[in-house]
Design a protein around this ligand. Structure first.
Ligand code: CP
Length: 302
């Protein structure tokens, strides 16, 4: 794996190997993993806000012995009009092994790969509404930790699917892993046409007998300007609470990629309840990103 721009570029066996590597890393001491990539360097460029992804990439690099620099975009020369291409060319000239980039433009990583030196790896940390592959992979790992396989699972993803790069990557990953049933639920206008075959008829049918329930926030920043949403109504129609969660299997897990809007798509009682694995997803984010970077730097997984 030279670059990671989307999940579809991975095979089932690639994902299985990444899950196995993540499991091995979870059982390894940082003292050991710190020796794996000593002498390598990485640059993180986040043109959109982040708490989890940026910090977990920084920790993942540090735990692999990689020097990582995160450019503060709001203090960078992009604010003086420098283009993203010139920014990448400038940083590439400083010689690094990896670029980790989040940007609002869909598919921008295909251009970034063309701009940087041929031996430098590029990781997509989220592009517009398109893909968030490391989030999809950490979600798959979290499901695997709890369920050990995908073939018998019903996974329901609920909320603003249309603007969610997390949903795109997770759906692609679940399909690659032969998940038995994937259901999507949300307002008709927020279910993309190409995914309408996965749409559930109601919240009840999405939740009924689900093994995994993934809740998504409304991506307000990607809705047309001036859109007025009634958050209380959203909560009534698309929110997860202890009462409707009972329709899922008793051992169902509840996931959310974060950031959560508590009281809108998920209540406090569910987010902090016994079926929630939301903080496990965060923990697994560091481990899975270590595995991805390790495979990229060793040129494993093709
Ligand atoms: N899940 C996720 O991408 O979170 P951040 O926006 O905080 O990185």
């Amino acid at each position: 794996m030279k670059h990671l721009t989307d999940i579809k570029s991975l095979s089932r066996s690639d994902i299985q190997q990444l899950i196995e590597s993540t499991q091995i890393i979870s059982q390894s001491s940082t003292k050991d993993t710190k020796t794996w990539h000593h002498g390598h360097s990485a640059v993180a460029l986040f043109f959109e806000n982040s708490t989890r992804t940026l910090t977990s990439f920084q920790l993942a690099c540090q735990r692999l012995g990689i020097d990582i620099t995160a450019l503060n975009i709001s203090h960078s020369s992009t604010q003086k009009g420098e283009t993203i291409k010139d920014t990448l060319l400038t940083l590439d000239a400083m010689q690094t092994d990896l670029f980790i980039v989040r940007h609002q433009e869909n598919h921008i990583h295909d251009q970034i790969i063309d701009w940087v030196s041929h031996d430098v790896g590029v990781i997509n940390a989220g592009d517009g509404t398109n893909q968030h592959p490391t989030q999809g992979l950490l979600d798959l790992f979290t499901i695997w930790q709890h369920k050990q396989s995908f073939e018998n699972l019903k996974v329901s993803i609920i909320g603003d699917i249309k603007h969610s790069r997390v949903a795109n990557s997770l759906i692609d990953g679940l399909e690659i892993m032969n998940t038995k049933e994937i259901q999507l639920y949300g307002p008709d206008s927020l279910i993309p046409i190409d995914k309408s075959k996965l749409k559930a008829d109601s919240m009840s049918s999405a939740l009924n007998n689900a093994d995994v329930v993934v809740m998504l926030r409304i991506q307000k920043e990607r809705l047309p300007k001036g859109t007025n949403l009634d958050l209380e109504q959203w909560h009534q129609q698309y929110g997860l609470n202890n009462k409707n969660l009972k329709q899922a299997k008793p051992n169902a897990i509840v996931m959310h990629p974060g950031p959560m809007n508590r009281g809108v798509e998920i209540t406090n009682e569910v987010a902090d309840g016994p079926q929630s694995v939301i903080l496990e997803q965060v923990k697994n984010g560091v481990l899975m990103r270590q595995a991805v970077i390790h495979h990229m730097l060793t040129k494993a997984l093709n």
